[in-house]
Write a protein that binds this ligand. Structure first.
Ligand SMILES: C[S@@+](CC[C@H](N)C(=O)[O-])C[C@H]1O[C@@H](n2cnc3c(N)ncnc32)[C@H](O)[C@@H]1O
Length: 407
């Protein structure tokens, strides 16, 4: 394990190293664990080493009982990733600021919070989330903090039976959560021979990137949202790395009584791809689109196929400018019919690049600005998408001010 913080000339030499937390594992002396104030972990780490040449990593459980107003978190990760995220776990403020959801399970002292949704049974889908008030497009409906985060590589090694000690680690992670109820009452596939924790992760976790690693995050409040593939999918799940939170953001106006759903898989897939992708989640989708008539499904598949085709065509250097303009509009119209608003931002980003390449910096900037506006709503404002877009827009501004704006 790393025993020294990297030299960082930006930190004045007489001040504490600040953001550098050294990695710890089950070999770290208790005295170090007890005296390191910057460590948020409330239990000594328990670790396993996969019994395979496939991975040289050690994976440990890191728990913090104080996280999220005492609901706690357990993280299954390698020591370096856990160290990288320790500062975020230690900060109590973000969760405290968005703790309204605690009112639902009686954990807030006052019942003054008026949430815009309720969790209620949905025929054929177990529980689900239904709007109790009008929710406006782009509003954050709810914000949830993870009860558990597990490294994706660890989970796939488990699947390949390359981690014999997996169940022990899962059990430790569960036992160290102060609010086990919040975790265990989540939906499960009830597959035999699968540890309850592994089952909850499989049925509820969202893919996130933490400290550069692919992870799965279990967000108990977000996990009550059922999945929909169609235009009725009314919310989009947004991960913010600075506080590890997952939010559901409304993609359109939602009326009281409407079920609020998200897409568990990338938007815009045709039926065959969706069915395959949803298999990993362990259920057969009965959303409006998946249970629509074969004709309606075929029509939607055709539109989604056409979207892919148009998207590819406009990226060809040989596409003429006039065709490009026509196809850009077709793409946006198709995405709107299919209810893929959150995807439109992604398209706008591509349009920015394409129009820039075609020498039309003004139009490129127009699409870049719209893309950034949508990205700041639906993506992490501090993530690579938003920061990349900001950089591109600055470059376009300079180009246009310098008189090289084209079209
Ligand atoms: C993340 S949970 C969603 C909340 C869950 N319904 C509950 O009761 O807590 C995922 C599970 O909900 C059900 N589900 C979600 N979306 C569905 C859909 N579109 N069609 C059928 N079942 C769905 C499946 O049982 C799935 O395994």
């Amino acid at each position: 394990l790393q025993t020294q913080c990297p030299w960082n000339p930006t930190i004045p030499p007489l001040q504490p190293a600040g953001s550098c937390v050294l990695p710890i594992d089950d070999g770290t002396p208790m005295q170090v664990l007890n005296t390191s104030r910057e460590l948020p972990w409330t239990h000594p780490p328990s670790c396993v080493i996969p019994n395979s040449a496939a991975s040289a990593e050690k994976f440990c459980v890191y728990s913090s009982s104080a996280f999220n107003d005492g609901s706690g978190i357990a993280i299954i990760a390698d020591p370096e990733t856990a160290a990288g995220v320790a500062g975020t776990v230690q900060d109590p403020l973000p969760a405290w600021r968005s703790r309204q959801h605690l009112a639902r399970n009686g954990r807030l002292a006052t019942e003054t919070v008026d949430l815009p949704y309720a969790v209620t049974p949905i025929p054929g889908k177990g529980l689900g989330v239904v709007a109790t008030k009008r929710i406006k497009r782009f509003e954050t409906i709810l914000k949830s903090y993870p009860a558990m985060i597990a490294d994706s590589e660890f989970l796939s090694l488990r699947k390949k039976k390359a981690v014999v000690d997996g169940p022990r680690l899962f059990q430790k992670a569960l036992d160290q959560l102060p609010d086990k109820e919040r975790f265990l009452t989540m939906s499960r596939s009830e597959e035999e021979h699968v540890h309850a924790v592994e089952d909850v992760i499989k049925t509820n976790a969202f893919a996130i990137i933490v400290d550069g690693r692919n992870m799965k995050g279990v967000y108990p409040e977000i996990a009550r949202l059922n999945h929909a593939c169609d235009a009725n999918s009314s919310a989009y799940s947004k991960f913010t790395k600075k506080d590890l939170a997952m939010s559901a953001v409304a993609t359109r106006d939602i009326e009281p009584g409407e079920e609020i759903t998200v897409s568990y898989i990338p938007l815009g897939m045709p039926t065959a791809h969706r069915t395959r992708a949803l298999k990993n989640w362990g259920f057969n989708c009965t959303c409006n689109l998946c249970s629509a008539s074969p004709e309606a499904r075929a029509a939607s598949d055709e539109r989604r196929e056409r979207l892919r085709e148009v998207y590819q065509t406009i990226q060809h250097e040989s596409t003429s400018y006039n065709t490009l303009v026509k196809l850009t509009q077709e793409l946006v119209d198709l995405a709107q019919v299919e209810g893929l608003l959150a995807k439109v931002g992604e398209y706008y980003q591509a349009f920015m690049r394409i129009y820039y390449r075609a020498g039309d910096a003004q139009t490129a900037r127009k699409y870049g600005r719209t893309s950034l506006k949508l990205a700041e709503i639906f993506a992490d404002p501090e993530g690579v998408l938003c920061t990349g877009l900001k950089g591109d827009l600055e470059q376009l501004d300079r180009l246009i001010q310098g008189g090289g704006g084209g079209g």
